[in-house]
Design a protein around this ligand. Structure first.
Ligand code: CO
Ligand code: CO
Ligand code: CO
Length: 329
């Protein structure tokens, strides 16, 4: 029995509260709890080990990653709490302060307020946030409402997993790592606020389970099939070279296994291209399912607002009995 199954044992008990609008049994990005007919809380927590040596940048990436799950529901971040596990040895106070400063800069940029936190001594450094946001109960973007006919928009490039790992192995340049860190540190705020000017049906953020895992989460939750065109997926071209050199993250293989035969490739795909689809992301982009006629306008608006990689990457089609994700050339 794995941990997720143990956790699910508690989902049934939580479901008896009628104000729990999104619980954890559906594996959504955040929990949503109704306070009134007008307002619901969006709650999430996430923390990560360092993705980069620079403590300020690590703090920024970790905070952006944590806040992202509020954006993935269509919410507005309200308050945040620091969570930090730090080794008693091997870390100086100045670095710890830099991590918290990095996180604080992103909390402010999100328009949220830092209200507290908790630190624990631990052998391995970990940092992130618990974030509470607000949302209108009728405007929640779960993973369960993508509709056949929708088009899919992705707002950040994929391939950061092998870039972080490749850098540790000396195979990725500083320049490439910093390009990836820039994207990982970027909030999904503009993407979320721009999306909310349209009529999105569903949204999630692409993180540890890779594009495959998060797209499949939405496809299964919505009982649809998704068809994604590989050539249109924003990505770091260098990540394909890194995969070709044998770079893989600790969860790449399990992401492929988890996707199983729900994930299919139609056409001539190289191994590198297949593995990129399951590459785990840290603080990845939003994957948005919205009416087809709105997708190009959403992308155009994101480009206007400085996001030059957002793209329409695919479409939603009926499940015909079996949800899934098909990658086409
Ligand atoms: Co998420
Ligand atoms: Co998360
Ligand atoms: Co969502």
């Amino acid at each position: 029995m794995d941990l997720s199954e143990i956790v699910k044992e508690f989902a049934g008990a939580a479901k008896t509260d009628p104000n729990l609008l999104v619980g954890f049994e559906t594996g959504d990005d955040a929990g949503v709890y109704r306070l009134s007919d007008e307002v619901a809380l969006v709650q999430t927590v996430d923390y990560i080990t360092p993705v980069v040596d620079d403590p300020f940048l690590y703090g920024q990436v970790a905070a952006s990653n944590s806040i992202s799950d509020v954006y993935a529901m269509g919410g507005r971040p309200l308050t945040a709490m620091n969570l930090c596990n730090f080794p008693a040895r091997n870390i100086d106070k100045a670095s710890l302060r830099k991590i918290l400063e990095g996180g604080f800069s992103k909390i402010k940029e999100a328009g949220a307020t830092l209200v507290g936190g908790h630190t624990v001594r631990d052998d391995e450094l970990k940092y992130g946030l618990s974030v509470t946001g607000l949302i209108h109960p009728k405007r929640i973007l779960t993973n369960a409402a993508a509709r056949p006919g929708d088009h899919l928009v992705l707002t950040k490039p994929i391939g950061t997993g092998v870039i972080i790992t490749g850098f540790r192995r000396g195979l990725a340049s500083d320049e490439l790592l910093m390009r990836a860190v820039d994207w990982m540190a970027a909030l999904n705020r503009v993407a979320c606020e721009t999306m909310l000017e349209f009529d999105p049906h569903a949204c999630t953020d692409v993180t540890g389970f890779g594009l495959s895992g998060h797209a499949l989460g939405m496809a299964k939750g919505s009982n649809v099939r998704m068809r994604i065109r590989f050539k249109d997926v924003p990505r770091y071209e260098e990540s394909l070279d890194l995969i070709g050199q044998g770079v893989a993250t600790s969860v790449t293989a399990s992401n492929m296994q988890a996707a199983g035969d729900f994930l299919t490739f139609s056409g001539n795909f190289t191994d590198e291209e297949r593995w990129l689809i399951v590459d785990p992301q840290t603080s990845g982009g939003l994957l948005i399912s919205l009416p087809a006629d709105q997708a190009p306008t959403l992308v155009a608006r994101l480009h206007e607002r400085g996001n030059r990689v957002a793209a329409v990457v695919g479409e939603v089609v009926p499940a015909d009995g079996r949800p899934g994700l098909e990658i086409v050339k």
